[in-house]
Design a protein around this ligand. Structure first.
Ligand code: SF4
Length: 180
């Protein structure tokens, strides 16, 4: 049987969900035997590939880079899992939403307080531009399964991956299913 093509993606999140993924410990060895990690911040792969079977998406959609990425991920992946509370609800990443436009959020730290060289970080196009509002993943693309938690505990991640690897449907779906 061909190995499942597995990916993990890091959008607007703190990487804590990926740290919890690493807490899978010895299950990572078993996973390596049954799945091929084709894209991840944990692997040196530059371009999100075509034909991915399962992706865990950490983080909310907060900037232009996240936006471009989530559409690409959805287009190239069969099963998309919203991985952690930032992806599921916006959570910590969306705390800036009530504070107003991105410029108003950035000004105190980058323009008003620095003693030298005050400037907005994206003005030279090096840092991806913030979107007007942070949004959870399902607000932009269809999500197949939701894996909540901040971060989701390793046992929960393992349970979902085991079910998928065994061709079953995890009991975490509140969205559209994309099996078959
Ligand atoms: Fe970090 Fe929690 Fe968001 Fe995961 S859900 S990226 S651990 S803040």
């Amino acid at each position: 049987m061909a190995a499942v093509k597995l990916a993990t993606v890091w959008l607007g999140g703190c990487s804590g969900c990926h740290m919890s993924f690493l807490d899978l410990d010895e299950f990572l060895v078993e996973l390596a035997g049954r799945a091929e990690l084709v894209y991840s911040p944990l692997a040196d792969v530059k371009e999100y590939p075509e034909g991915v079977d399962v992706v865990l998406v950490e983080g909310a959609v907060a900037n232009e880079e996240n936006l471009e990425m989530i559409f690409k991920v959805r287009e190239r992946t069969r099963i998309l899992i919203s991985f952690g509370d930032c992806a599921v609800t916006g959570n910590v990443t969306s705390l800036r939403n009530p504070l107003g436009a991105p410029l108003e959020v950035l000004k105190p730290a980058y323009v008003e307080r620095p003693d030298i060289n005050p400037r907005i970080p994206d003005e030279k196009g090096i840092v991806p531009k913030l979107l007007e509002r942070v949004q959870p993943v399902h607000a932009l693309v269809p999500v197949d399964f939701y894996l909540p938690g901040c971060p989701p505990p390793a046992a929960r991640i393992r349970s979902v991956l085991e079910e998928l690897l065994n061709g079953k449907q995890p009991a975490l779906d509140v969205g559209q299913r994309r099996f078959g």
